[in-house]
Design a protein around this ligand. Structure first.
Ligand SMILES: Cc1ncc(COP(=O)(O)O)c(C=O)c1O
Length: 400
């Protein structure tokens, strides 16, 4: 009898974490490595949030809490949805988990049966398909193209829906492409969803605050109130408030779904960290004035990276609307060889050769469901980004 479960065989370890680990290992060996793999802001959690956490500790708020969140935080989340998204929820419609990841996982675990299909636009965040498979469902990728700015069309969505479709996962701005759907683009998708009342919508709004130029963030339940009763809108403090390590995410949707998600959580982790919940409360209710400068900073970095990568031979890099990623296309490099003789036959070989020969760590596109590409996280300083892009330019120029 095998010791490991069949469930384990359905998933693979996160490739983004694997790249970060490999880069750290090379660094420890003394190599000059620039990591562009990690999906987290490079600056510290704002002081007022840290202070709120310290106060929570001093006040003894260090015990178990209600499984899916303290009432104050749920109220703050309701206020956030109303203020920023025009969505009205009661506390009973809100759940708080250990990161956005747990909230998504709870939703899938609480709803998927074998054979249930989940439509996932590709390129996708690496965890979606594996979470769906872990929960016993079947991921159905719908591939967006470079030509359509990495956004799927209404026709593609319509064609992917079957009687077995349970969820449509929507993520805008997207990890890994940074692509953001405008109101008009999203309306075309919600019109399709209105015609298929058995399909639920899981909107992952994690990068809501990281949008550039005059792009305006929109979420499905806001655009199409007719979908409110079958939409779970998820979000979190990890990316917007530089709080990846605190592990707080949240979601809002129909009471029955939220209750079911709470049941899953009650038999896995119980409540998210009590201290982190008070920190998240401060993040959502305290001053929001650092969001705008951060947006500006990330926008400038995006412009730098897009411009430098487009100057690299064989690379095409679209300019995304948000998040802190770009997803360049490397079709022009396939079939070429490095001076050391490595032939670039796919994006995984490209990323490995780039890391070994230049010390720049990126994540290969196959991990996100669209090749040949790679993902750059530009959540690092201008100087580091300029050096990394210069190395990529040299690497590409030397390919024969
Ligand atoms: C699209 C997307 N959703 C959810 C998450 C998970 O966020 P958290 O760290 O809060 O679990 C991430 C993190 O990388 C992400 O990129």
């Amino acid at each position: 009898m095998p010791f490991l479960s069949d469930t384990l065989a359905r998933v693979k370890p996160s490739p983004t974490i694997a790249v970060t680990t490999k880069a750290a290992q090379l660094k420890a060996e003394g190599r000059d490595v620039i990591g562009l793999g990690a999906g987290e802001p490079d600056f510290d959690t704002p002081q007022n949030i840290k202070d709120a956490a310290k106060r929570a500790i001093d006040e003894g708020k260090t015990k178990y809490t209600a499984v899916d969140g303290i009432p104050e935080l749920k109220q703050a989340i309701c206020a956030k949805f109303l203020r920023e998204n025009g969505l009205t929820y009661t506390a009973a419609q809100v759940t708080v988990g250990t990161g956005g990841k747990q909230v998504l996982y709870n939703a899938l675990m609480a709803t998927l049966n074998p054979g249930d299909e989940v439509i996932i636009p590709a390129p996708y965040w690496v965890s979606y398909p594996d979470m769906v498979m872990l929960a016993g469902g079947t991921p159905v990728p719908v591939v967006a193209t470079l030509e359509n700015a990495f956004k799927i069309t209404a026709e593609q969505l319509e064609a992917a829906i079957t009687p077995k479709t349970k969820w449509f996962i929507f993520n805008s701005p997207s990890n890994p492409t940074g692509a953001g759907y405008s109101r008009d683009e999203l309306k075309k998708l919600t019109d399709v969803l209105m015609r298929h009342p058995h399909v639920w919508i899981l909107s992952d709004d994690m990068y809501e605050h990281l949008v550039f130029d005059d792009f305006r963030f929109v979420t499905p339940a806001e655009i199409e109130p007719g979908l409110y009763d079958r939409t779970l809108t998820t979000n979190g403090v990890s990316k917007s408030y530089a709080m990846t390590g605190w592990r707080i995410g949240y979601g809002a949707g129909p009471v029955a779904l939220i209750k079911a998600m709470g049941t899953i959580q009650s038999q896995s982790t119980s409540n998210p960290c009590s201290v982190s919940q008070y920190a998240a409360l401060e993040a959502l209710t305290g001053p929001q004035d650092f969001l705008a400068p951060n947006r500006k900073l990330f926008q400038a970095r995006r412009d730098l990276v897009v411009s430098m990568l487009n100057q690299a031979k064989g690379i095409t890099c679209p300019r995304p609307e948000g998040a802190f990623y770009v997803y360049p296309d490397i079709s022009g490099l396939i079939g070429k060889a490095t001076p050391k003789g490595t032939v670039i036959t796919n994006d995984e070989i490209f990323a490995t050769a780039l890391l070994e020969e230049t010390g720049v760590a990126v994540v290969f596109g196959a991990a996100f469901g669209l090749s040949p590409n790679f993902r750059v996280s530009y959540a690092t300083s201008d100087a580091v980004l300029a050096e990394a892009c210069a190395r990529i330019q040299r690497f590409c120029a030397e390919l024969i």
